[in-house]
Design a protein around this ligand. Structure first.
Ligand SMILES: *[C@@H]1O[C@H](CO)[C@@H](O)[C@H](O)[C@H]1NC(C)=O
Ligand SMILES: *[C@@H]1O[C@H](CO)[C@@H](O)[C@H](O)[C@H]1NC(C)=O
Ligand SMILES: *[C@@H]1O[C@H](CO)[C@@H](O)[C@H](O)[C@H]1NC(C)=O
Ligand SMILES: *[C@@H]1O[C@H](CO)[C@@H](O)[C@H](O)[C@H]1NC(C)=O
Length: 801
């Protein structure tokens, strides 16, 4: 730890996320006068355009816009962008020239571009060592470097990034070690059942299953003094040398020396700068202790080649967990046994073998830079943000993040070409964002979201995320259900290179399943902290495809060009898909959200969540104490924030009101079962309402499509209805925020979507309720049921009027 930094204990910090500001409703009379004035003005403007017969004259038809964009994509510039981006290391906060290059590129494409700086707590690698000792003498020293490959320039040079785990603690420990499988809660539970403790030992865990930082957290919580994470060939879908596959660069299998770097932040507890929970890391802000969301123990990542001599020493010591836990008692699908050649998966420890693990990183508070480019739309109160990060773990980073960086530039180029060739002005404002520090903990996007929370919540319609945009030929996506229909209908408009439509491919590959957002990329702050509907998508590798050399030197330009996307066909397809999605959501008069997809998903998640409720709860009465806990939960709050850029964020519309509805007080003998029924009924009613609402929106859109045929009175009516419905659509996701946040991780405020607390990457639906059930906590379950029920009621009420 750098001694210059002074931290205050976490709990003493002002938490901006609890800052509250109730917005004032205009008084009834003022509201009516305002409305009359507005109607008169609108009538006048509608009349003047109407009387001149020019209503649509400044508008470029959406099909023309789409055509011009697809025409621009007939040129494929991915190779150029990817070569540039993979030419130098881009560890967060270290490569300002590349940041300027990206800003200049956006400017060149006609975007108003800015660089936004934050001061963020970071760790950088300094030195590390790992040795194996038997009877106190060193028998093996792990090299901790990856092989230089002649074919691949990104693997050599004096600018290679060391193998390390961001935010890992500093230390030099010598201890026994044991194998803890994936390091999940279930794995540690099995070890505990067998009476094996990791206390005072070094935990060796393989990558996979859950987010790496949580593995370290779970080991540290159980007293481990250090941790090692390695890539096991058993997690390579059979693409292994044992099965006859050659390793990179000669074939599709993982290079044996490949090391997965990464952050060990406790992602599902707090993303963003660990020292500024819930508020932005701008100069001079108070800082708190980072250990709420980062480990204290030293950790190192290893290749499977380097871990082999270490794990081999455990052969025959301690049980093989899969052999001693009878299959019928094994509730977890994760077997302990992997496929590391030479290791029998005995967990250890070997009393004669110890490890010396030394890791030193330099911690400091340092500038990080986001880059934004914007095109102002006709309506500057409605903004679409498309983002991808620019920092990487290595010199190359062709897949992560630069497949996304390259596609983002293609989007900029395409939109520019549309504007230049057709004179188009987008209906809504379009903002491109290139985030810094995603790899260390979603830093740039989270700080931005915290800095501008209030304004973003008032203006942003949707957020589109790219990260690993293309590392194979298979499309997958995670999204808010509001965006499902938009996504599917856009896929249907594109062709898949191997035949059929992109939608047909997607159905075949995923079973038409768009998954829920969890965490692990920059959409997190938008969806789960601010309630802005988001989508994350990418072409991934699947069973049978070349193994993704994730966060290793071999995620390089050479690997991408030779194995993952020769000819950059799928990068090009992603550029088309992204552009069409942006155009569709920008140009549709009525915001393209399908509410019924949301409500039917809610019913599904709810049924699933309550299936775990213990039957003994059903008859249990909900006491006054429970009611006290939930009293006053429904203030209509938005967080505050000061800001000057960008321009279109300076004035803000008022959020549509999704305030509380008058609630009926519960009678004395309300049982938990009654509450369950009531929540379920509210969700069913919501489904009925959304179905009707979607129809009403379609009708308005249809009228807008036939604008010229409407009378002036009809025009006025349709104009106001469209405005009213769009406001409801725009803010509906916000209505699902609970501003006090989830229990014990209050940064996460969405009542439906959060990163799983024990998984990190994988999403959890109705997290508050599920966690209460998991923890066998009746009072909390009551609280969350009530929140769910009331939220459904208020949304239902607001959509019905
Ligand atoms: C970096 O590592 C070296 C070698 O272990 C050590 O001597 C030095 O103090 C470290 N630097 C910092 C700033 O901690
Ligand atoms: C360690 O020392 C013990 C006792 O002297 C001896 O039995 C054992 O073989 C030694 N182990 C190794 C790996 O050298
Ligand atoms: C770490 O500890 C080992 C064993 O005590 C020692 O040999 C080594 O010099 C230490 N390394 C550093 C950099 O302090
Ligand atoms: C939903 O609509 C159906 C059909 O109109 C109706 O039968 C049902 O009672 C409604 N359910 C709720 C909960 O309002």
């Amino acid at each position: 730890m750098d001694e210059k930094i002074e931290f205050k204990p976490f709990l003493e910090q002002p938490q901006a996320l609890h800052a509250e500001k109730r917005y004032k409703k205009p008084s009834g009379l003022r509201k009516q006068l305002g409305l009359l004035l507005l109607m008169a003005m609108t009538a006048f403007s509608l009349f003047s355009t109407w009387s001149c017969g020019q209503t649509q004259s400044t508008k470029v038809d959406k099909n023309v816009v789409v055509g011009a964009y697809l025409k621009a994509m007939e040129t494929n510039n991915i190779e150029e962008w990817l070569k540039k981006y993979t030419s130098t290391p881009q560890t967060a906060g270290t490569n300002f020239p590349m940041v300027q290059w990206c800003r200049d590129k956006l400017e060149q494409y006609g975007f108003e571009a800015t660089i936004d700086e934050y001061e963020i707590y970071m760790s950088y690698p300094n030195s590390s060592a790992l040795s194996l000792l038997t009877n106190d003498s060193v028998v093996y020293e792990a090299p901790l470097v990856e092989d230089v490959l002649e074919d691949d320039p990104d693997t050599s040079g004096d600018d290679l990034v060391p193998t390390y785990l961001g935010y890992g603690g500093n230390g030099n420990v010598t201890a026994d070690y044991i194998y803890c499988n994936y390091g999940s809660m279930a794995d540690f539970a099995k070890l505990e059942k067998l009476g094996v403790s990791v206390k005072g030992k070094i935990a060796i865990m393989r990558y996979g299953g859950i987010f790496r930082g949580l593995k370290v957290k779970f080991a540290q919580d159980r007293g481990a003094v250090g941790a090692i994470l390695y890539s096991d060939p058993g997690d390579d879908f059979g693409i292994t040398p044992a099965n006859g596959y050659k390793t990179y660069p000669d074939g599709p299998a993982r290079n044996p020396s490949a090391v997965q770097r990464g952050s060990v932040q406790f992602l599902s507890f707090l993303p963003g700068d660990p020292t500024t929970p819930g508020y932005a890391s701008k100069p001079g802000v108070p800082r708190s202790d980072p250990f709420y969301s980062t480990p204290r123990i030293p950790v190192l990542p290893l290749s499977y080649r380097d871990v082999t001599p270490i794990l081999e020493k455990l052969n025959g010591y301690g049980p093989n967990v899969d052999e001693v836990i009878p299959a019928e008692e094994d509730t977890s699908s994760d077997k302990f046994t992997g496929e590391l050649p030479g290791y029998d998966y005995s967990i250890g420890p070997n009393p004669e073998a110890t490890l010396n693990l030394y890791s030193n990183q330099i911690f400091n508070i340092t500038p990080l830079w986001n880059i934004y480019g914007e095109i102002l739309g006709e309506n500057q109160d409605e903004v679409i943000i498309i983002g991808n990060h620019h920092d990487s773990w290595i010199k190359g980073g062709a897949g992560d993040p630069h497949s996304g960086s390259a596609v983002l530039l293609e989007l900029a180029r395409g939109l520019d070409e549309v504007i230049r060739t057709t004179g188009w002005k987008p209906k809504r404002t379009i903002m491109l964002a290139s985030w810094d520090g995603e790899e260390m903990g979603l830093l740039g996007s989270t700080e931005f979201g915290e800095y501008l929370a209030d304004k973003l919540q008032r203006k942003v319609i949707a957020y589109f995320n790219l990260d690993v945009a293309t590392i194979g030929p298979n499309l997958e996506a995670s999204a808010s259900p509001l965006l499902h229909e938009l996504f599917r209908s856009t896929l249907a408009k594109l062709e898949y290179p191997k035949g059929g439509s992109l939608y047909e491919h997607f159905k075949a590959f995923t079973g038409d399943r768009i998954t829920n957002l969890g965490s692990g990329s920059d959409y997190t702050v938008f969806q789960e902290h601010l309630g802005i509907p988001s989508i994350d998508m990418g072409f991934i590798s699947a069973k049978g495809d070349p193994i993704y050399q994730y966060h290793s030197n071999y995620d390089s330009y050479h690997w991408m060009e030779k194995f993952a996307d020769p000819g950059f066909t799928y990068h090009n397809l992603m550029s088309k898909l992204l552009g069409l999605l942006v155009i569709e959501i920008s140009e549709s008069d009525m915001i393209k959200f399908k509410l019924e997809d949301y409500s039917s998903s809610l019913e599904e998640y709810y049924e699933d969540a309550i299936s775990g409720i213990p039957s003994k709860w059903l008859e249990q009465e909900v006491s006054l104490m429970n009611m006290h806990v939930i009293n006053g939960l429904f203030a209509n709050r938005v967080s505050s924030g000061e800001f000057t850029i960008p321009r279109y964020l300076q004035t803000c519309p008022q959020m549509a009101e999704f305030g509380s509805v008058p609630t009926s007080h519960h009678h004395k003998n309300t049982t938990f079962g009654d509450l369950l029924g009531s929540a379920s009924n509210s969700l069913k009613q919501l489904s009925n309402t959304t179905l009707l609402f979607d129809d009403k929106v379609l009708l308005v859109q249809d009228q807008l499509n036939h604008w010229d045929e409407l009378s002036l009175i009809q025009k006025i009516k349709v104009h106001f209805t469209a405005k009213k419905y769009n406001a409801k659509l725009k803010y509906i996701e916000r209505a699902f925020l609970h501003y006090d946040g989830l229990d014990e991780r209050s940064w996460f405020r969405h009542i439906v979507f959060a990163a799983g607390r024990y998984t990190g990457y994988a999403g959890q639906t109705f997290p508050g309720l599920r966690e209460a059930i998991e923890d066998d906590d009746f009072d909390r379950a009551v609280k969350w049921l009530y929140i769910i029920s009331q939220t459904a009621k208020k949304v239902n009420f607001n959509l019905s009027v």
